[in-house]
Every structure is written in structure tokens, then in C-alpha cells.
Design a protein around this ligand. Structure first.
Ligand SMILES: *Cc1c(COP(=O)(O)O)cnc(C)c1O
Length: 386
């Protein structure tokens, strides 16, 4: 029975399989025993292997063990969790924050706690799957608006029943396209229509804004949104996620977010590592500078080769291909040439928009990027894509 479904996926070039990365995340990783340049991780600042984060995690293991022993509401709230939540609230300029085991868990717990049956949720069509799943779980009426299309959103807002509680949902930085939500306009629209706005800043946290506080800092709108969520698993190099906002919201989540309540607290070491990551974000701004310099070099290189890239404003630089089989072929050839950047296909992205999603890190050196561009040139010519 499973064979048929798998064979069908394979025939459509949509079968996915796991590939083993045999070394720590970094600009160069080992795959099938060979070093390859990694152009696909979300570890934008190289913090997954930063000595300060590793040491913080080791120290927490020594003091508190490897597991938390219970859920947060039983006996699993340990000093690293409490310290991290205090630091995240300060980092985001919020009253309080709450840490979840992952971004996925945060979204499927947060959205149902914000909008229940009887509410309306309007989500950007390209927002992350975890947001969509949270919307579905909430039991609210759930509709999507066209990507970044404020006129469409306004139409949906105007057409709803009077005083219907409404939640607008968007990524801050879109994970597969690298473009930004038009936050100033979204906030104004939400205010005008008395709707709440949830921004998922998974890819903005640590990267966007002068001090890395995220996409809200980038747009200068931090004081205009009462709450937001983001992850500890991308630029912060570890795992987990947070919601930052008023303490009443945080207490509400402690009581209602099922993906917070009914799961074992994250290991103390991951909380300790995230706390150390916030220090690095503050104390090593040169990582962000290197990241944006690398991004510039990479975008110019790809465009110079004749590739079509998405309209990105972040270190996510998608190379648009179109058909899934072509994207797969390019990814395979790139890997043979020593560059790891997998094809992203439906259902992760819409039909006909398969792509190679490349990402930059502060730890790529110019010679890594030049080598990767040479591979893109050769593979692109061979496959007649450029
Ligand atoms: C990665 C991602 C998530 C999920 O976060 P995890 O910590 O990996 O579970 C949620 N939202 C967005 C926009 C993401 O890119």
C-alpha cells in the first residue's frame, strides 16, 4: 500500500529522502565522505558550533543533566528556562516570554490559544506550514490571502461579519522566498480593522535589524506590535522557539497552549545555549556584517551568471527553476560538483515554482562562494538553465 503512494510521488519527481550530513553544520560539511560547500542551512551566524554556545550547553548538562525530567508545569522548569525567558523578554522589549520545544510546537500551540471557534484567521498564502497547521487546529474559520497582497487582505477584512475576532498571520521573513512581510502596512491595516497580527520571525531573529532583534526592528515597528514569535533554531543556532509579549498573554499560553503544556520541557542545555546565543548576537555584530557582505557577493554572482532569483531581502536566496525534475537534476549535479543546496519542491512551494533554496552564513569565506558560483555556472550550462 505504501509502495504505490511512494511510486506515484517518485514518478512526479516529488519523492523526498533523507540524506546524511556526516559532520557538524558549517560552511563546509561532509556528505558521503566528501567535503561539500553547504549553501542550505539556516545557521546564518555560525552559532550552531560557536564555542560559547557549546560551552554553555556542556555546563548545563553537567549541572542539570541531559533531560528536564517532566513538562514545564510539573517539575521541568529549570534555571536555564527561567533565565532564557527573562533574557528573551528583554531582547524583544516585551514584558515576558515563553519558550517552546520548537517553532512548530510554538505555532500549533499559540494560534489555537489566540483564535478559537467563531474567530476568523487570515494567513498569507506562503506562510510556514507550522502556522497553517496551527490555523487548522484552532477550529477558527481560516482563509488565505494572496502573498503580501494588502488589497486582498483588506477585501477579506471588510467582508467579514461585524466585530468577528480576527487574527492575521504572516512570516516576518518568508522561509522559502526570503522576502519580507510588509509589516508597517500590515500593522496599519490590522489596527484599522481591529484585528490582531501574529508575526512569525523565525528567519528574522538574529539576522534582521541593526542589532539583530528581527524584522520588526528592521521596519522600526517594534513598539506597535504587542507580541510576536520566533525560533531559537535558525540564526540562534540551537533549537526551540519563543513567544514574547504581555505577561497576561504568556500566562494565558501557560494555561492554554497544549503544545507547551503536554510535552516534556526542552533540555536545559538547549535553553542554556540559546541564552549564550543572545550574548553573541549582542557582542559579535561583525557576524551580521559578514553575513550581509556574503549575501551581496552571492546575489551578484548568481545574477551575473544569468540565474533568476526570487525577490529576496534576506540571506535566503532562492534560485528559481520551475519544474521539480529540473530543480532535482540541478541539485544532484551541484552535489557532484561539491555544493550542497537541495531542491525545494511542492508541496513546500507552489506547483511550477521548484527552486534551489540557497542560504548564506557569516562563516562562508569568499573562496567558498566563488567555488560554489563556479559549480552553479558549470551545472547551469550543462543543464541549459543559463
Ligand atoms: C523553521 C520555521 C518554523 C519552525 O521552527 P522549528 O524550530 O524548526 O520547528 C516556524 N516558522 C517559520 C517561518 C520557519 O521558517
Amino acid at each position: 500500500m505504501f509502495e504505490d503512494a511512494l511510486a506515484q510521488l517518485d514518478a512526479r519527481h516529488l519523492l523526498r529522502r533523507l540524506r546524511l550530513t556526516e559532520s557538524a553544520p558549517g560552511p563546509v560539511v561532509t556528505i558521503e565522505g566528501r567535503p561539500v560547500i553547504l549553501m542550505a542551512a539556516n545557521d546564518y551566524l555560525g552559532l550552531a558550533t560557536h564555542p560559547a554556545l557549546k560551552q554553555a550547553a556542556i555546563d548545563a548538562v553537567v549541572r542539570f543533566g541531559v533531560g528536564s525530567g517532566a513538562s514545564r508545569l510539573i517539575s521541568g522548569t529549570l534555571p536555564p528556562h527561567a533565565d532564557l525567558e527573562t533574557a528573551l523578554a528583554r531582547f524583544k522589549g516585551a514584558e515576558a516570554s515563553l519558550v517552546f520545544g520548537s517553532g512548530y510546537l510554538a505555532n500549533i500551540g499559540l494560534i489555537p490559544a489566540l483564535a478559537g471557534t467563531g474567530a476568523l484567521i487570515l494567513a498569507d498564502r506562503l506562510c510556514h506550514a507550522s502556522l497553517i497547521d496551527g490555523c487548522r487546529l484552532s477550529g477558527a474559520n481560516f482563509r488565505v490571502f494572496r502573498h503580501r497582497d494588502l488589497a486582498h487582505l483588506e477585501q477579506l477584512l471588510s467582508g467579514r461579519k461585524a466585530r468577528r475576532p480576527t487574527l492575521i498571520v504572516t512570516d516576518g521573513v518568508f522561509s522559502m522566498d526570503g522576502d519580507l512581510a510588509p509589516l508597517p502596512d500590515l500593522i496599519a491595516l490590522a489596527e484599522r480593522h481591529d484585528a490582531r497580527l501574529l508575526v512569525d520571525d523565525a528567519h528574522g531573529t538574529g539576522v534582521m535589524g541593526d542589532t539583530g532583534r528581527g524584522t520588526l526592528e528592521h521596519f522600526g515597528v517594534e513598539s506597535r506590535l504587542p507580541f510576536q514569535m520566533g525560533t531559537l533554531s535558525k540564526a540562534l543556532g540551537g533549537s526551540g522557539a519563543y513567544v514574547a509579549g504581555p505577561s497576561t498573554l504568556i500566562r494565558h499560553l501557560v494555561n492554554h497552549a497544549r503544545s507547551f503544556i503536554y510535552t516534556t520541557a526542552p533540555p536545559p542545555a538547549t535553553a542554556a545555549a540559546a541564552l549564550a546565543a543572545l550574548d553573541v548576537i549582542r557582542n559579535e555584530p561583525e557576524r551580521r556584517t559578514r553575513l550581509w557582505t556574503n549575501r551581496q557577493r552571492w546575489v551578484e554572482g548568481l545574477v551575473g551568471l544569468g540565474y533568476r532569483i526570487a525577490d529576496t531581502a534576506s540571506p535566503i536566496v532562492p534560485v528559481l527553476i520551475g519544474q521539480a525534475d529540473q530543480a532535482l537534476r540541478l541539485a544532484e549535479r551541484l552535489l557532484q560538483l561539491g555544493v550542497f543546496a537541495p531542491a525545494i519542491r511542492p508541496p513546500t512551494v507552489p506547483e511550477g515554482t521548484s527552486r534551489i533554496r540557497t542560504t548564506l552564513s557569516s562563516e562562508h569565506r569568499p573562496e567558498h562562494l566563488d567555488q560554489a558560483l563556479a559549480a552553479f555556472r558549470q551545472a547551469g550550462h550543462e543543464l541549459r538553465l543559463i
